[in-house]
Design a binder for this molecule. Sequence first.
Ligand SMILES: O=C(CSCCNC(=O)c1cc(-c2ccc(F)cc2)cc(O)c1O)c1ccc(O)c(O)c1
Ligand SMILES: [Mg+2]
Length: 214
Amino acid sequence: MDQSKEQRILNSVSYNAIKGDAESVLDCIDKYCSQKEWAMNVGDEKGLILDKIVKEADPTVALELGTYCGYSAVRIARLLKPSAHLFSIEFNAEFVPIAKEIIEIAGLEDKVTILEGHAQDIIPQLKTKYNVDTLDFVFLDHWKDRYAPDTILLEQYGLLRKGSILLADNIGFPGAPDFLKHVRNNEHYECTHYPSHLEYMKAPDAMEKAVYLG
Ligand SMILES: O=C(CSCCNC(=O)c1cc(-c2ccc(F)cc2)cc(O)c1O)c1ccc(O)c(O)c1
Ligand SMILES: [Mg+2]
């Protein structure tokens, strides 16, 4: 059977990246997806915004919604302090083993736990099953119409604390209007908008940072 695009991305990383070197894994994926096959990684341009916010948050416990091939998990985990950990939720069973291998090639397998399933099913288990107290940083990059309901779940399950930082991808395209409606003009959030471009394209996109105020 023909290989999937995600398998071809893994092949490229496995062949071209330097084992244990997260930067070389990111560069390899960005090169492949800008020159060979487009894929929905956050990419190099929006990746710099992600880096900035992760450094600002300096999280001990981070959550990512939407692992895909693990590009943003590598991007986040490479910046985490020794005691910190990233949980990444992915529902597509085909993507999970590919992301695991890419994270392992980056040498970050001890920093990242991939949880397979739907965010709405896993978020309610984070405290009880995964021993999470509260989340310091959340990167939203899964189905765009799930950003708002899953943010509300995070609130309802007491997973956000004063200062928790949410960063959402694709606010420009495909767009997440319900999420913006929830966090903007909401006394519990302080929002910042970061205009950018769709990964590997000239089309406009944006990210939104929403700091939970308690
Ligand atoms: O991961 C998923 C669903 S697929 C990935 C979502 N991401 C996108 O759809 C996505 C799409 C585009 C894009 C697509 C077509 C275009 F023409 C242009 C742009 C760009 C992005 O940056 C994206 O992130 C998940 C679902 C449920 C869960 O509960 C869970 O935990 C995870
Ligand atoms: Mg995205």
